[in-house]
Every structure is written in C-alpha cells, then in structure tokens.
Ligand binder design. Sequence first.
Ligand code: NDP
Length: 434
Amino acid sequence: LHRNAGETEFHQAVQEVLESLGRVISKHPEYAEEALIERICEPERQIIFRVPWVDDNNDVQINRGFRVQFNSALGPYKGGLRFHPSVNVGIIKFLGFEQTFKNALTGMPIGGGKGGSDFNPRGRSDREIMRFCQSFMVELHRHVGEYTDVPAGDIGVGGREIGYMFGMYKRLTNRYEAGVLTGKGLSYGGSRARTEATGFGTVYFVERMLATTGTSFEGKRCVVSGSGNVAIYAMQKVMSFGGTVVACSDSDGYIVDENGIDLALVKEIKEVRRGRISEYAELKGDGVHYVKGGSIWDVPCEVALPCATQNELTGADAKTLVENGVIAVGEGANMPSTPDAVHVFQKAKVLFAPGKAANAGGVATSALEMQQNASRDSWSFAKTEERLAQIIHSIHDACAETADEYGAPGDYVLGANITGFVRVAEAMRALGVV
Ligand code: NDP
C-alpha cells in the first residue's frame, strides 16, 4: 500500500481483480510464479508532465498531464484520455489497470494504458480547448505512436479534442500516422460507429445477458446515468431494442421524463450546445421533473445502466434499486458501482455486467479503426456495427463460460476477471521476465 499511497481508486480496482484470482491460482499455480501478479499490478511506465497554456484573458494556466502505459504484453498500449478536474495518478492507474484486462477480453492485439489531465473543459471556449490540446500533445507526442501507444477519448475528450491533438501530432512529427489516435472524425481517418460503440456495446451485452433468463429489453423501464458519449448511445440502443429510458443525468442533477427521454433533444443540448441536462426540463416543460443533486438511482427501473463515472452507484443506491425491482445492471462507465453495491446486486441475484466486459465495445471499435487505418480502408456503418456486436457477444459468452468453469455460474465479475487475466498472463509468461 505504501508504494501507491493515496491511490484509492487504484487500490479498489486491484483488490477487485485479485479477489477473483484465488480460484485460478489454485487451479493453475504457474500463473503466480515469477512474480507475475506483482508485475501485472505495476505499470510498465508512468509519465507525468506540465501542460502550460494561455487562456482567453491572456493568463497563463498550468495543468498536469498523465499517461500510464500499463501493460504491452498483448499489443501497443491502448486506452483513452480523460480531461476532468478530478484526474490524478490514482484514477489514471485504476483506469489503465482495468483497461489491460478489458482489452484482453476483446481478443484483439492491444495492451492497456490510460491518460489525461486535471484540465476542466467546462466553460472553456473552443480556442482554449484547442490551445490546451495542442500543448498537451507537445509533450505526449514523444511517448505515443501507432506501434507504441494509441490513445483515444474518455470523459471530456471527444471528436473535437482528438482532432486538435491529431493536428498537432501530425505537425510535430511530419507524419500522417492515422493509427496513432482513435476516435478520429470521419473526414480524417475515423471509423464509422466508433462514436456509438461504447453505449451500443453495453446494451448488446445486457441484451445477451437478459436472454440467458429468457427476457429482453422489450417493454423494460430503464435508467441511464450521465448524458455524455456513452450514455447517449446506450439510450439510443435501449430504445431501438424496445425499452423505455425514463431518466438520465449530469453531474448537477437528473431528469425524469415518464414519456420516455427525447433523445434528439438530449443530443441537441449535450452535443451541439454543450449545455446542461437541466435545460431539458426548461425546454420540455410539463411532465418533466428535474432533480438538482440527489441520486438518479432513486428512480424505479428494471434495468440500470450507470454511464457517468467511477463510484457513482453506492451500496445504498443498490439497495434502493433492488427494492424497486431492478433485474439487470450494465456498467457503461468504468467501475461506477462501489464494491458494496456489487455485493448487494450479487446477493440479490441481479444480473450484473461489470464495466471491463460490458463497455469493451468502445476500445474494440477503436481496434477496428486501427485496422481500417492500417489497410487504408473505410468500412460501412453496418459492417462495423456487426463486428462490434460479434465481439461483444463473444466477450459475454467467454465470461459466462469461465464463470461456469470456475463454479460460479452467472458471476460475470469473476468470469471477466479470470478470462482477461489468463490472456494477459499467458502472454507475459511467454515473453519472460521483462
Ligand atoms: P463524457 O465526458 O462524454 O460524459 C460523461 C458524463 O458523465 C457527463 O454527463 C458528465 O456530466 C457525467 N459525469 C462525469 N463526471 C461525473 C461526476 N463526477 N459525477 C456525476 N456525473 C459525472 O464521457 P464518456 O461518456 O465518454 O464516459 C463516461 C464513462 O464511460 C467514464 O467512466 C468512461 O471512463 C467510460 N468509458 C468511456 C468510453 C468511451 O468510448 N468514451 C469507453 C469505455 C468506458 P457533466 O457534464 O456534468 O460533467
């Protein structure tokens, strides 16, 4: 603990994985040899740097940039960049650690990494965002590359930010290296369906999980937290599968619309105006209820999809959801449920899809973007979405089969942790002590 002092979220993520590994080590003691578990918990490299930039008032601002290159046994480091004031080394390390197993679950040749900055994009002008992204890339470009480390978006980093960073990378290196970043715009090497992939994938996973008990999204009442990239496209896919989304949120509060969320309006507010979810209630008027603060999990539902941030769903929230009759929970965000909450769901036999399996559709589609870039190709939306659905179904089935094999049927947490771990461990053993 003293080696990683104060890194609360990192401790939480490591503990969650280690708790699943007892069964695999008793069956395969070779995975504990040569300090493999200790090596897997130690990032290969951590980069922390100063990001100076000039705001619109001509004042100099200083932020801190991070890139944690966690594990490259399976391929180049791959994982998003997060711009949010809460970012610190412990958060980036938890995300990079989770990413390593998530990427292994996709079955694609990608290692794990994560990065970002404590920069707060809220209220910043487009020019400020551009100057920040450029300054961030002035340092980051030394550490990334198509064969080294391939960042993408995360909280606070979408198509606009990736564009500004790619522009600066291209200028600094004098190389049109499309495969250095994913989540690019369609006009310069992006993949169709990447924007939608994480949210869509989460819903594909939950649909397959519901099917194991003979049910589906059809007619189900759903609550989705957040209203960013993952939440918006999760809502869209729930609706296309016949479910009704009655509530969504941002960090200020949540809205409840019993007629079903008007997704076109959410997209207009969040993607075009970059506004707040409270504006939905102002624009819709009657029948919409806005709650400032509070917990969105108080809204009764059958399927809950936390798609905002880590530890947003507590043990108390989980109890409320169970009392209100929730049957399935799918994590679109990374580690949104606290350990207490996961325990409550599992005890109540609620179908529970952990983020590292359920939200892997985003990174899987990023790997498809790398594939298209490498072959100078561009696939149709339908073809890309079909590949995404296949990948998610195979992740679901691998997790379910592993859970069965290890005597814990229906435990997707155990299934995901063991499947991901075994894939990384096999490669690390083959590569020797490096
Ligand atoms: P966005 O920035 O697009 O949206 C984030 C949403 O979550 C916003 O509605 C935001 O509200 C809300 N939010 C953020 N922080 C908090 C907080 N501390 N408390 C309450 N609400 C908060 O990010 P994404 O949709 O891309 O990411 C959401 C989650 O999904 C993250 O956990 C991310 O790691 C995970 N994820 C994302 C992937 C991707 O492809 N984008 C891939 C896999 C996982 P506000 O606007 O008020 O800040």
